[in-house]
Design a protein around this ligand. Sequence first.
Ligand SMILES: NC(=O)c1ccc[n+]([C@@H]2O[C@H](COP(=O)([O-])OP(=O)(O)OC[C@H]3O[C@@H](n4cnc5c(N)ncnc54)[C@H](O)[C@@H]3O)[C@@H](O)[C@H]2O)c1
Ligand SMILES: O=c1ccn([C@@H]2O[C@H](COP(=O)(O)OP(=O)(O)O[C@H]3O[C@H](CO)[C@@H](O)[C@H](O)[C@H]3O)[C@@H](O)[C@H]2O)c(=O)[nH]1
Length: 429
Amino acid sequence: MNVSIVGSGYVGTTVAACLADLGHTVTNVEIDEDIVEAINAGEAPIHESGLAERIAAHAGTTLRATTNYEDVRETDVTFLCLPTPQSDDGSLDLAIMQAGAESLGRALAEKDDDHLVVVKSTVLPGTTEDVVGPILEAESGTEIGDGLELAMNPEFLRMGTAVEDFLEPDKVVFGTASDEAPATLRELYAPILERDDTDLVETDIREAELIKYANNAFLASKVSLVNELGNIAREYDADAYEVLEAVGLDDRISDRFMRSGLGWGGSCFPKDVNALRAGAREQGYDPELLDAVVAVNDEQPRRLVELLAAHVDLEGARIAVLGLSFKPGTDDIRKSRALDVIDHLTDRGAVVVAFDPVAIENVRPDYPDIEYADSAAGALEGADGAVVATDWPAFDDLSFEGMARSVVVDGRRIDVDEDALEVYEGLTW
Ligand SMILES: NC(=O)c1ccc[n+]([C@@H]2O[C@H](COP(=O)([O-])OP(=O)(O)OC[C@H]3O[C@@H](n4cnc5c(N)ncnc54)[C@H](O)[C@@H]3O)[C@@H](O)[C@H]2O)c1
Ligand SMILES: O=c1ccn([C@@H]2O[C@H](COP(=O)(O)OP(=O)(O)O[C@H]3O[C@H](CO)[C@@H](O)[C@H](O)[C@H]3O)[C@@H](O)[C@H]2O)c(=O)[nH]1
C-alpha cells in the first residue's frame, strides 16, 4: 500500500520505517529539513533501537521524506503524526494539528481518487470528527464519506522500545465511521494483526480517541499509586520493592509498572494526563483522582533532594546527577524528572555535574550553566553526593570510588553495593 505520514518525529519516523519494513511504500511529509535530509540519507533523526537499520534498509527505495505536501497525492492513506502539546493552562493545544490538516486538505484538493486520513496523534474525543474533519473538507472541497474517509488509530509505542512496540503491540485500535476505513487499516496492519499476541479493537472514533487517554491515565496513576505506597513504605522502614513485587503477583494487578521512585516524565504522560484533566473540567467533571496523581508525581523530585540534603549541606556542594533522559533507552528529555532534580539542586546552591549516555546534548541548551561529564565516573569524581535519576542499565554495579563523600540517593533502584558506600538512600525503600 502507498502511505504518507505527516510529521516525522518520534512516532512518525518509527511508524514510517516500520511500515516500510512491512512492505509498504512510505512518504514522510515533514517541515524540518534536517529530518527530511537525514531520512533520505538513510539515517535515523532520533535515537531509537532498531530504527537506524530499518531506515538505512529502505531509504531511497520504499521510504522517502519530503517537505512537499503535494506528494501525499501519490498515496492512498495519510497518517497524521503531528505534535499535540499542552497549552500553558494544561489544555490540549491543537494549533499544529489544525495547520497540518489545512496543508493536507489543500494538497488533497487536487487528488481525484479516494483518500483515507488517519489521526494517529493523541487527541481528545471529538477532535478527529469535529476539528480535523471539517478542516479537511473545507480545504479539499471533498466531503467525508464521499471520496474522503476519516479514522483514528491511537499509538501506544514507548520511547526506547518504539520499533518493537509498533511491530509487536498488545493491541491495535481502529476508530472508524465507515465500512471502507477498517478494511484499509486491516490490510495495512495485516502482518501485525496476524500475530497471536496482538488484539484488534474496532470501535468508533470517539472511543478510540479516549482509549489512548484512558490508557495513559491508568499507567500514570499506577506509577503514582506505587510511589505513594513507596513513600508510605519508607516511613515504616519497609522496602516498597519487596512489598510491590508481592502485590504484583495478583493477576488483577500485574507486576508491570510497579517501579516506584522519581515518578513519571516524558512527552506523553504529563501532557496527556493534563489534557484529560482540562478536558474533563471543560465537560463539567472535576477529576479529583487525576489531580492527586499529578500532585504525587510532582513531589518525588523534591523528596529526593530533601533526602540528599539530610546528609549533605547542598550550598556549594558538588553533586553528580546520573541520568538525564526521562527513561533509559532514549535521548528524549521532555519533562524528565532529572531536570526537576537539577532545578531543586541548583535552587539550593549545589554545583551540578551531570552525565547521561545519550541525552547530554539535548539538555545543554537549556542548562548551559551546569557541568557535564563524559562518563559516570567523571561525574562522580570529587563529588560530595550523587543522585540516580534515570535507570540506565549501565549504572548498575557502578563503582562510586573517586567521590569526595560516597553519599548516594537513588531515585530508580539501580543495583548498588550499599556496603561500599558511606550513605545509600533509596527514595521509596
Ligand atoms: N512520543 C511517543 O512516545 C508517542 C507515543 C504515542 C503517541 N504519541 C503522540 O503522537 C503525536 C506525535 O508525537 P511525537 O512524539 O512523534 O512528536 P514529535 O514532536 O517528536 O514530532 C512531530 C513532528 O512533526 C513535525 N511537524 C510540525 N508541524 C508540522 C507540519 N505542519 N507539517 C509537517 N510536519 C510538522 C515536527 O517538525 C516534528 O518532527 C503526539 O500527539 C503524541 O502525543 C507520542
Ligand atoms: O514502573 C514504572 C514504569 C514507568 N515509570 C516512569 O514512567 C514514565 C513513562 O514510561 P513509559 O511508559 O515506559 O514511557 P513512554 O515512552 O512515556 O510511554 C508511555 O507514553 C506513550 C505516549 O503516549 C505511550 O504510547 C506508551 O504506551 C506509554 O507507556 C518514565 O518516566 C518512567 O521512568 C516509572 O517510574 N515506573
